[in-house]
Design a protein around this ligand. Structure first.
Ligand code: NAP
Length: 275
């Protein structure tokens, strides 16, 4: 029987825990979200994050800036939030409009308030195994893996995708758990064969149903990070889910797997930043 990893339920348990933590704090933690422009998907993401904050007792501060905002204006906004003692976490919703220098702007967020874990100090801390703010999606994915596997020691983990936001931090987290980690990407040769070695297979590509059942080792734990919109308008992951159910030992659905964990871990990071 394949275990379907219920990200919604696991995220709810975590959020209940966080709500209880917030109640014990002297003041409510505060998360500032900067949204630039009118990208519809970004607006939905920001709305969901703010709703989740409210439910957990975290104060949310929204800074909406028009699409033609300059780098300097965003820089001023970030600096003001960095200096504001009432703000614990700062999130710059990506992607930014093309004329803006995302890489540079992200680095302006103070490492102590960097709830996305993208500041190079936090990136370095993760690599060095020092405590810091860890990117939300890999953090949430690790929690999902641990919900079905007690002991990760020595397991073969394959991650498809090597972005700074997901693949690289995911690899570091699994390495810290003593997995033998392989990072695959668009230049990987024999990808199918590489994937078949995995006790834990994590797909973060953004390519609809790319991972076939024949790529999956019998009984493997499959974490599907991809979010793709199909022609019929519905969402699907990077894994051919229905076929994978026949082979995997455990698998995350899309939607309802990794997605809810990303938001729960954002709340966790905000509380950590406030602590
Ligand atoms: P990204 O920055 O575009 O990275 C995609 C990675 O996939 C790259 O490393 C790329 O390799 C690799 N890749 C592309 N085509 C490939 C192929 N044919 N074979 C093997 N590898 C291939 O994307 P991302 O930000 O990491 O996100 C990946 C997916 O996860 C997207 O669908 C995104 O929407 C989703 N996501 C979901 C959540 C969530 O909360 N559920 C959060 C973040 C991201 P190269 O480096 O060689 O180009």
């Amino acid at each position: 029987m394949t275990i379907i990893i219920d990200g919604k339920a696991i995220a709810k348990t975590l959020k209940d825990d966080l709500t209880a933590q917030v109640l014990k704090m002297e003041r409510a933690p505060a998360l500032a979200v900067i949204l630039v422009g009118d990208d519809p998907a970004s607006k939905v993401y920001v709305r969901n994050k703010i709703k989740a904050c409210e439910k957990t007792g975290i104060k949310s501060i929204e800074r909406r800036l028009p699409a033609d905002t300059t780098n300097e204006e965003i820089e001023r906004t970030i600096n003001a939030l960095n200096e504001d003692d009432g703000v614990d976490g700062i999130l710059l919703q990506l992607p930014l409009p093309k004329h803006l220098d995302s890489d540079r702007l992200v680095q302006l967020i103070s490492a102590d308030k960097d709830v996305d874990g993208l500041n190079l100090r936090n990136v370095g801390a993760l690599v060095a195994g020092i405590d810091g703010l860890v990117p939300c999606t890999p953090q949430g994915s690790l929690r999902l893996i641990k919900s079905v596997i007690d002991d990760l020691n020595g397991l073969e983990a394959v991650i498809i995708g090597r972005s700074l936001l997901f693949g690289k931090p995911m690899a570091q987290l699994l390495l810290q758990e003593n997995c033998t980690v392989t990072m695959a990407h668009s230049r990987t040769k024999n990808l199918e064969e590489v994937c078949r070695r995995a006790d834990i297979l994590v797909a973060a590509v953004g390519c609809e149903k790319m991972v076939k059942a024949s790529w999956i080792k019998q009984g493997a734990c499959v974490i599907d990070v991809g979010i793709n919109r199909m022609e019929n308008g519905k969402l699907c992951g990077d894994v051919d889910y229905e076929a994978a159910l026949e082979v995997a030992g455990a698998i995350t659905p899309v939607p309802g797997g990794v997605g809810p964990m990303t938001i729960a871990c954002l709340l966790a990071n905000t509380i950590k930043a406030a602590g």
